[in-house]
Design a protein around this ligand. Structure first.
Ligand SMILES: Cc1cc2nc3c(=O)[nH]c(=O)nc-3n(C[C@H](O)[C@H](O)[C@H](O)COP(=O)(O)OP(=O)(O)OC[C@H]3O[C@@H](n4cnc5c(N)ncnc54)[C@H](O)[C@@H]3O)c2cc1C
Length: 384
């Protein structure tokens, strides 16, 4: 019988990619506990992802990439997270944003082509640093305190960004900044130089290997052409499905771990292993229900986004729902897995306590639960 994680593989090409990523993820899993303990950034995982061609997964074919679909991205991100949630979430921002740039063409074409070439040739990565301590989640529309002041040929940017995932490895990134003289907010591409520093503040409950430190911009210059104008085509934000894919990957790892545990662990007062107990089978059934519902919504949303190019902005409620269900069900699956294992699940010797901490971070990635519910409510109330 096939594995649950393989359920949405559609063809030989996807299977080949999946097995390639499984091999990488198995190595990441071996290193995950150490990086989690130390809160260190897994540079070696990213070197392996680059060597495997993963960093160019979503780059358009015309610029030398694989031009993966959203369905393909989601499938591979689940598998990476199965090995290490932190690495998956971190690389997910990169490949997700490249997919977003590919479909929206929101950057000037030359800038996008230059980025793609740097990804393909040098393994460059990209992320957007938009969160700040004073303005909260950018998805709620807070005005950045980071400011961009115009000068000859470009802008000087000063500010401090929080939650800057991938900061230890990025040589360039996008920041949101307020331009006082225009009373507007814009995105700027910034190349790392001596005016950019990292404050190693990332010491969190979970997702400790994402390198999401604070990035401090001290009057850093960026050229006029690095002001990224326009929003391009509205793509509904489908690329954000890399987030639920990540948390479901963690839940799948917890599910597989506990099924193996239940089939092999027999306390000496029982005749057979835990898996033979009806109560344990009920719990396993609950995990399956949570996972299968969440994954069917996730892949359905990804498939619709891939197929309905002209309808993408209208898919926002479905995309948000997929994220809401996936992250909450993933939390529940890990919780059930720990209840099945019992007290041993608290030990750092088993991976479950890390899954439990990592999966919790999904609540604080966009779109947040209250925003999804608000969107669904607005849709309902608009109906005639
Ligand atoms: C692992 C991880 C990686 C991340 N990586 C990145 C990254 O690479 N780049 C990046 O820019 N950001 C990143 N983020 C940050 C993320 O996108 C959010 O900015 C961050 O989690 C803070 O969001 P918040 O909703 O808690 O903050 P806030 O907006 O400050 O909200 C604080 C609290 O107030 C409530 N609240 C705020 N406004 C309202 C309102 N209008 N109505 C009702 N309730 C409200 C919220 O529900 C929340 O409970 C990352 C976060 C995590 C956890």
């Amino acid at each position: 019988m096939g594995r649950l994680i393989d359920q949405y593989i559609r063809n030989a090409e996807e299977r080949e990619w999946a097995y390639k990523i499984d091999a990488l993820a198995a190595g990441f899993a071996e290193r995950a506990a150490a990086h989690d303990l130390q809160g260190s950034f897994p540079h070696e995982n990213f070197a392996e992802l680059q060597a495997a061609g993963y960093l160019k997964l979503t780059v358009p074919k015309e610029f030398g990439g694989d031009e993966a679909s959203l369905h393909e991205l989601v499938g591979l991100q689940e598998r990476l997270a199965y090995g290490d949630g932190s690495t998956a979430l971190a690389v997910g921002w990169h490949i997700g944003q490249v997919l977003h740039l590919r479909t929206t063409r929101k950057w000037p074409e030359q800038q996008f082509e230059k980025l793609c070439q740097a990804i393909v040739q040098e393994g460059a990565m990209i992320n957007t640093l938009a969160s700040e301590a004073g303005s909260g989640s950018p998805s709620r529309g807070g005005k950045p305190e980071t400011a961009a002041i115009r000068e000859d040929g470009g802008y000087r940017i000063t500010g401090r960004k929080t939650f800057s995932t991938l900061s230890p490895i990025l040589d360039r990134f996008v920041v949101t900044a307020y331009i006082p003289e225009e009373e507007t907010v814009a995105d700027f591409l910034v190349y790392k130089n001596e005016q950019v520093s990292i404050a190693e503040t990332w010491d969190t409950l979970g997702m400790r290997g994402t390198g999401s430190h604070d990035v401090i911009l001290d009057n850093v210059f960026t050229a006029e052409e690095n002001r990224l104008t326009g929003k391009g085509t509205d793509d509904g934000g489908g690329w954000l499905l890399h987030i639920p894919a990540c948390y479901l990957g963690i839940a799948l790892a917890a599910r597989d771990f506990v099924i193996h545990y239940a089939k092999t662990y027999r306390p000496n007062h029982l005749q057979g292993p835990l898996a033979e107990l009806p109560a344990i089978q009920q719990s396993i059934g609950q995990m399956e229900a949570e996972l299968r519902v969440a994954r069917s919504l996730l892949y359905e949303a990804a498939d619709r986004w891939d197929a309905e190019a002209d309808n993408r902005p209208n898919l926002r409620p479905e995309l948000g729902l997929a994220k809401y269900i996936a992250t909450n069900h993933a939390i529940k699956v890990v919780d059930i897995a720990m209840r099945i294992v019992g007290g041993a699940s608290l030990s750092r010797k088993l991976p479950l306590e890390r899954y439990y901490r990592d999966v919790r971070a999904g609540l604080h990635n966009p779109p947040m639960d209250n925003m999804v519910l608000q969107t669904l409510a607005s849709e309902a109330l608009k109906e005639q």
